[in-house]
Structures are given as C-alpha cells and as structure tokens.
Design a protein around this ligand. Structure first.
Ligand SMILES: *Cc1c(COP(=O)(O)O)cnc(C)c1O
Length: 338
C-alpha cells in the first residue's frame, strides 16, 4: 500500500496510477483501455463542453476489516447512469461494461485504497461525455466513458455529528420537469451560487424547496433529505430530485429495523414535526441536520444538536454493510479484491 497519510485526506483530488476508458464510435462501445494520463484530448467543439452533454456517477470502494475490498451497489450506479443517458440523449453504458471497468480501475489502483482504520475510502468517479465536434444543438455521435479514482478522507473527522442547513428560496437547482432527476453537471452549475451563499452564512449547505410552488421539501444541496417521526422514515417524492442510492438503501434498512417508510410530498410546515432529520448520500452516508433556517420567514426547525437514535442506527447499519461487518442481506456489495 502507498505510504500516504490517509487520515488527513479531504474530499479533494489526489492522483493515482491509472484510469480506464471506453469509446463509443460508429454506434458501438469499443474495448476498455487503461490509461495513466490524467488529461483528455478532446475537440474544442465537443458537445460536452458547449451543450452540457455530460453525466457522472459517484461510488466508493471500502477496505474492510476482513481484508477484502468491496464496492457498494455498483449495479445501481450503472442503472442510474443509464437513466441519465436516456434523459440527455446519450448511448447507455451497459451494466456489464460499467461493472467491469469499476472493478478494473479499483484493482489497478489497489495501493490507493485507504486503510480501514483511517475511515478514508477510494472514491470512483465514472464520467460520460459527448465528444463529437458540433456547433448546432444536437446530440454527439461519439462518446467517451471513463472512470478515475481518488482516495477521499472520512466525512466525519471528529465523529458522527450534526450540521445546520438553510432554505434558499431565491434559487432553484432544477426545474420541475427539467434535469433534476439526472446526475448531470448542469444541475451542479445551477447550484453553485446558492451553495456559496449558504457557506458564507456559515451553513453546511443550501436546502431547496420544490421549484414550482416553494411549498414542499426537495433536496439538501447535493444530498437527499429524510425526516423521522413516530418510528417512521419519511423522504420526499418529487419530480426534480436525484434518486439517491444511499436513500434507497436507507429506506430498506429502516424497514428491516422495523420502522415504517413513507415516500411522499413533504409540506414545509411538516418539518416542525420531525424528531430527527438528515441529508444522505455516498459522501457522508448520513449527515444529520441540527437545524434548518428559513431566512425569509425567520423560522427555524430544530432536530437536535446531536445525531438522534434512529439516524445513528441507520448510519451504523449501512456502514456495517459497506464494510462487511453486518450481513449483506440484499446483495448490495461486490468483493473486488479478496
Ligand atoms: C449523487 C447525488 C445524490 C446522492 O446520491 P447517492 O447515490 O446516494 O450518492 C443526491 N443528490 C444529488 C443532487 C446528487 O447528485
């Protein structure tokens, strides 16, 4: 293993040895190529640069206490990328190709999978871009699919803890029938300003209500939202949120732990009734919310300064499955290195 200080990593970029690439030309995917070049040579008129024909994914490889390296829900990431491809008119990356490339890039860079003790992981970033030169607004004919990896630090350096969020009414990340349910860079460009303002005001992230009526809860920045009350896990149903694989897994775990699960529109007022609330996604699993401020109405919704009992249990269970210490009853993990 590389002699790096795994415990001081942030969620940044650290070079590794290899990335894997596959090109779509003449209507089909070619052979997988291994590259040690961190740069891409693409045409200046490529559709990804001008018209946002770009999609990405994010998942992690975990070095487990039993010595194995596991990927979590890799087929789900492949399926979500396929949905995104259909959404912005790109050829779908077949599941077998996606999984093969994910395994290969982890094995090629196995020296960079951080130790279990450090709490750090190897983050995989699959990226699909339209590469044909085009000045008119049309889908590209050629595409590049690549996966690179980079070690990332533990999300909770000082232990599992809560953060404040702020409702932003002056910005939308996605339109009701727009690209909010697809993992595309454009949604992130649209969120950068609100995110910057939230950070400047001392919040962990911005929080979005639905962009049509500003009445219902949508997302917590780049993470899904859930609230908990009366032993029930409640998460929004909306036409503009990204279907988080972490959230999907937490819904299943909540059910396994005997909670009720509801996926439905959540009116803003209902926030006042939650005993616990959190943001969820691959980066943190769960980032519990201490309070949520609505600067326009002056209201504050409090969910507790410390992580609540259900959030803690959900967090520990999902992490246990990811690290192979809790039985994987749903077949979510893939052993990449034995
Ligand atoms: C990726 C992403 C999430 C989290 O999805 P996971 O699959 O759980 O990592 C949530 N919201 C947005 C906007 C995202 O892009």
């Amino acid at each position: 293993m590389k002699n790096l200080d795994w415990s001081n990593l942030s969620f940044g970029y650290l070079p590794t040895d290899y990335n894997v690439r596959c090109f779509y030309r003449n209507g089909k995917w070619g052979e997988v190529e291994v590259s040690s070049d961190e740069y891409l040579k693409i045409h200046m008129a490529a559709t990804c640069l001008h018209y946002g024909q770009e999609a990405f994914e994010g998942l992690k490889a975990y070095r487990c206490p039993d010595g194995k390296v596991r990927l979590f829900c890799v087929e789900e990431n492949a399926a979500r990328l396929q949905r995104t491809c259909r959404g912005i008119v790109m050829p779908e990356v077949p599941t077998e190709l996606f999984v093969e490339m994910a395994k290969r890039v982890v094995r090629l860079n196995q020296e960079y999978v951080p130790t279990y003790e450090s709490g750090a992981t190897l983050y995989l970033r699959p990226l699909l871009i339209g590469t044909s030169a085009q000045v008119g607004v049309h889908p590209s004919k050629e595409y590049m699919f690549l996966i690179f990896v980079t070690p990332v630090g533990p999300y909770f350096k000082g232990g599992f803890s809560t953060n404040p969020y702020v409702i932003m009414r002056d910005y939308d990340r996605a339109a009701p029938l727009g690209t909010g349910t697809f993992k595309v860079g454009g949604n992130y460009a649209a969120s950068l300003k609100a995110n910057k303002i939230a950070h400047e005001k001392g919040y962990a992230s911005e929080f979005y209500l639905d962009s049509k009526e500003k009445k219902y809860v949508d997302e917590c920045g780049a993470a899904n939202f859930f609230g908990i009350k009366d032993n029930t896990y409640i998460t929004p149903l909306s036409s503009s949120i990204l279907p988080s694989i972490t959230n999907k897994s937490l819904m299943q775990i909540a059910e396994d732990l005997g909670m009720k699960v509801e996926r439905r529109p959540i009116p803003e007022e209902e926030l006042a009734t939650f005993e616990e609330a959190g943001a969820c996604g691959t980066a943190a699993v769960i980032s519990p919310i201490s309070h949520l401020d609505d600067l326009e109405t002056g209201k504050t919704y409090h969910f507790g300064e410390n992580p609540g009992p259900w959030s803690t249990k959900l967090y520990e269970t999902l992490r246990g499955i990811q690290y192979g210490t809790i039985e994987d009853r749903h077949g979510w993990t893939t052993v990449v290195i034995d």
